[in-house]
Design a protein around this ligand. Structure first.
Ligand code: AMP
Length: 589
């Protein structure tokens, strides 16, 4: 499956086309300076689509920063969802308008592809009431939607999973503090897999010191500035764009520059670093207390992944809690997409600290893929024909001439289900070291490679051992002798036992939430010999009509008669790919 992830910021559009199963990126780009000149979100989306032209896009996943109280998990976008995202604009005025513009432009450009919105707030949607409630009049809070929502949920959830697997323990047994420290920064208490506290609040302004945002500040200070004649716009600009590391240091928002200048003796830069690390440490301690325990601290984001000195400042002097930093490990820790976790603590440290590389685009794509699988599973089951293929063969023009004579051509006997394919009048005999099988039918049209398909039972009779292969993959397959009315051909390869598979069109694939090359499980039930076929290959082509192909051994094992109809229902999804189940609904008499 390929998903295009669009992450629209106020002045940028990040796009990545990727396979959520493998994480492999097929294309990646970042459009900058949106809002300048005539570059808009619409033109940025058009630019991205132009660059991915010709690649298959099965869904578009949109990052949306604020889902408010109603949009609490990733969801398929329709007009109502678009309106709900719009209703959250006042809650995230810097982000949601950009996200919405991206959604609108992409839906217009790709109307037939499903679009999924994935929310930064979703991971925190089930925070306990005590954590998301501000201590103000509940009536006022309710009327104005004043409560803590939390952000960076996609990143917190993703690095918590990676940390758990790196620690070799189930996430649902762990108490973690995850620290997303980038240009935006937030802390999260991940308790037994759930977010139970997070530092960003109703908006992404509360909590830690950020690149240009203040984080926590006494509301009384805002009142004082209002009293001194500051208006909303001026306050908004100062708190969101002129504070944090940039405001404190006077040296911009990039910690690398600030660290360099601090090392040269710049006092404002030194202060910026200590205020930043002090704030993070306060939250680590507070969350350890609020969870009643702590197993690991997880650092991510540009700063958490890269700044050795900031990690050291944050994690030092936590021995009283049982966290012992290993300075050498911290200094040499490198996290990459291929090796995304690094341990920072000593072996005897009771509490672990890890640097983890976050990957919001991959996490967004995976959440979107899950939404699509859930949708497919809930969709009404589609009848699917099950075709039983008896032994048969496909021939090249050259082999056909050797078996049936130079001037012969295949004679069409009847069409078979896949368009353009037909059974021929011509039959051949197969001769193996142990025995022979006569009357094996040729299927047309002629092909570039010889391919003889038999069942395991046929193999015993012939005395051969053929590999299980997808059609067309005959390299290194078994040898066989073919006898026709005009001659004998000894093939050195070409004999296979066909891999069971389902033919489907791209539309079918979309409906079932699978992609070409996926392998699924098919359960056959309702008859006297129910069983589950594993390793069923999905083959997708615009030329295919929906049909599952099995051989006679497989059909007999499940007591399926040729021409049986099945119905697709969905099983629990394992891993990246969906699992199909086929339930037989009637046997032809
Ligand atoms: P993010 O928003 O996650 O991309 O993080 C961006 C921030 O990470 C930058 O503004 C830098 O302050 C910080 N950063 C990235 N690399 C380093 C580094 N090697 N040392 C210190 N800070 C870094």
């Amino acid at each position: 499956m390929t998903i295009l992830v669009l992450n629209a910021g106020s002045s940028t559009l990040k796009a990545r086309l990727l396979d959520p199963g493998t994480g492999k990126a097929l294309f990646e780009t970042k459009v900058e300076r949106i809002g300048e000149g005539d570059r808009t979100h619409v033109s940025a989306v058009a630019h991205v689509l132009e660059e991915v032209k010709g690649q298959s896009i099965e869904a578009v996943a949109h990052r949306v920063v604020h889902g408010g109280a109603d949009l609490t998990s990733a969801i398929l976008v329709d007009d109502a969802v678009e309106r709900a995202v719009e209703a959250c604009v006042p809650l995230a005025p810097l982000h949601n308008p950009a996200n919405l513009a991206g959604i609108r432009a992409a839906r217009k450009a790709l109307p037939s592809v499903p679009h999924v919105a994935v929310f930064d707030t979703a991971f925190h949607a089930r925070m306990p009431r005590r954590a998301h409630t501000y201590a103000i009049d509940p009536e006022v809070a309710g009327r104005h939607g004043i409560r803590r929502f939390g952000f960076h949920g996609t990143s917190h959830a993703y690095v918590a999973e990676l940390a758990a697997s790196s620690l070799g323990r189930p996430l649902k047994e762990l108490r973690l503090v995850t620290l997303h420290l980038g240009n935006g920064a937030s802390a999260c208490a991940v308790e037994l897999g759930h977010s139970t506290e997070t530092s960003m609040g109703m908006t992404p302004l509360e909590g830690l010191v950020m690149g240009t945002r203040s984080g926590d500040i006494d509301a009384g200070a805002i009142l004082a500035l209002l009293g001194a004649g500051w208006d909303h716009a001026r306050l908004e600009k100062m708190l969101n764009r002129e504070s944090g590391l940039a405001g404190l240091s006077g040296a911009g928002n990039d910690l690398r520059d600030i660290e360099r200048r601090a090392a040269e003796g710049d006092d404002r830069c030194r202060l910026a670093i200590t205020v930043f690390s002090h704030r993070v440490r306060k939250y680590v301690g507070a969350y350890a207390a609020s969870m009643g325990g702590l197993d690991a601290v997880v650092l991510t984001g540009g700063i958490g992944e890269n700044s050795v000195t900031m990690r050291q400042r944050i994690l030092q002097r936590f021995e009283f809690l049982g966290l012992v930093l290993d300075e050498d490990r911290n200094a040499s820790a490198k996290v990459t997409h291929d090796a995304p976790t690094a341990r920072l603590t000593a072996d005897h440290s009771r509490i672990a600290a890890l640097a983890v590389k976050t990957d919001e685009e991959l996490s967004i794509a995976r959440q979107a893929a899950q939404v699509l699988r859930d949708r497919a599973r809930e969709a009404p089951a589609q009848p699917i024909p099950i075709a039983v293929s008896a032994r048969h063969l496909h021939l090249t023009a050259e082999t056909f001439a050797e078996l049936f004579g130079k001037d012969a051509t295949p004679t069409r006997r009847k069409d078979i289900s896949q368009p353009g394919q037909y059974a021929c009048e011509e039959q051949v005999n197969l001769i193996g070291p142990r025995g022979r099988i006569d009357g094996v039918r040729l299927l047309g049209p002629l092909r570039p490679r010889n391919q003889v398909e038999v069942s395991r039972t046929d193999e015993f009779k012939l005395g051969v051992d053929a590999p299980i292969r997808d059609s067309g993959k005959t390299d290194g397959s078994a040898p066989i002798v073919i006898e026709g009315p005009k001659g004998k051909v000894s093939l050195t390869e070409g004999l296979i036992c066909a891999k069971r598979h389902i033919h489907m069109s791209p539309d079918d694939a979309k409906r079932y939430g699978v992609a070409d090359g996926d392998e699924v499980e098919v359960e056959v039930s309702g008859g006297p010999r129910s069983l589950v076929f594993g390793d069923v290959l999905i083959r997708v082509s615009p030329k295919f009509v929906l049909e599952m192909h099995i051989d006679t051994d497989e059909a007999n094992a499940a007591e399926i008669n040729p021409g049986a109809q099945g119905e697709l229902v969905y099983a629990d999804v394992e891993g990246a790919h969906g699992a199909l189940r086929v339930r037989r609904v009637h046997k032809p008499s």
